[in-house]
Design a protein around this ligand. Structure first.
Ligand code: FUB
Length: 320
């Protein structure tokens, strides 16, 4: 009798620990756990989603970014992610000193253009934006110009900080007109030429409440959405417009401060009729944090009036 009840008891213990493990196995956030990944940009191309992220490699005694390269992952279901060969390093731009900060890839006519933030060499000191090109979404990518498309000295009339020319996001209209938005503290935009590697016209500015950095443009129906990092530590806020050139109307907070990270850098995509919010936090135990971040994905939903519902960040993330 005694033996049976012990068996029953141990069976119960096995059952409950199996349950605990299978519940944890349902945690799909962060989506990558073998490396620290930050500043996600997402691209939907054909039947897959590609995520381009900076590789956070700061040692534990360093309280700032160490980012030398970008990483790319692909998925057909947003649950199982495949890592591809390292496609691009900051020093692949011969004019750059390093700092593989936030970036975005966009496709045009079968070519993939990757707009990146790097630290320029002493000929144009400060952060700068470069553009690399490839015939494939997973590379190899190479510097498309041999020089930066945006340098710090182009925007000193607006701010004298050296890190305002960061975090490029790109958008192509149905008629082929292309736009580059970017900025830190001050938000900028300029029209790109059809070749995607030069700009035309004057650099314009947009003023949005507490704009910090990380602009991202997306469109649903006839509304343009401009999400961005708000204050510091960062929340995500957003604005809406009927035109890619604005005016932008501020609509409020979209996401709260991400766990254990003072940045939150987001991308918004639609894939197979569902909308997703891709961002990073510092949630990998025990050393995750502001300089060892991890990409996460949660669903994004709209209200009937086309505004966006507040994001709910989850451990579960996207489930099959
Ligand atoms: O990852 C370096 C910088 O931190 C990015 O460029 C910003 O968006 C912030 O996430």
């Amino acid at each position: 009798m005694m033996k049976i009840s012990k068996l029953v008891l141990s069976g119960f213990l096995i059952a409950s620990s199996t349950l605990a493990i299978s519940q944890e196995e349902n945690f799909n956030n962060p989506i990558i756990t073998e490396k620290y990944t930050a500043d996600p940009a997402a691209l939907v191309y054909k039947d897959s989603v590609y995520i381009y992220a900076g590789h956070d490699e700061a040692p534990l005694d360093r309280n700032f970014y160490k980012m030398d390269e970008w990483l790319v992952y692909s998925s057909a279901d947003m649950v199982n992610w495949k890592e591809h060969k390292v496609p691009l390093k900051a020093t692949d731009f011969k004019w750059a000193k390093g700092s593989a900060w936030a970036a975005q890839v966009i496709e045009r006519d079968g070519k993939f253009y990757w707009y990146v933030t790097v630290e320029h060499d002493d000929s144009h000191p400060g952060k700068a934006i470069g553009v690399a090109v490839s015939d494939s979404p997973v590379g190899p990518f190479k510097d498309a110009r041999g020089s930066a498309i945006i340098t710090n000295d182009m925007t000193t009339e607006y701010t004298d900080i050296s890190w305002d020319d960061i975090d490029p996001t790109v958008w192509i209209e149905d008629n082929g007109d292309a736009y580059l938005y970017w900025g830190n503290t001050q938000l900028y935009w300029v029209k790109l030429k059809d070749n995607m590697i030069e700009f035309e016209g004057e650099i314009q500015t947009v003023d949005l409440p507490h704009f910090t950095e990380a602009p991202w443009i997306h469109k649903k129906d006839d509304w343009y959405y401009l999400s961005y990092a708000y204050k510091f530590p960062e929340k995500t806020a957003y604005a809406m417009s009927k035109s890619i050139e604005g005016p932008w109307e501020y609509k409020g907070i979209l996401n709260e401060v991400a766990g254990n990270s003072n940045t939150n850098h987001q991308a918004v995509i639609e894939f197979k009729d569902k909308w997703y919010f891709v961002y990073h936090n510092g949630s990998i135990p025990t050393h995750g944090g502001s300089f060892r971040r991890s990409v996460c994905i949660d669903r994004l939903y709209y209200n009937d009036d086309n505004t966006i519902k507040r994001i709910i960040m989850t451990s579960e993330g996207i489930q099959k």
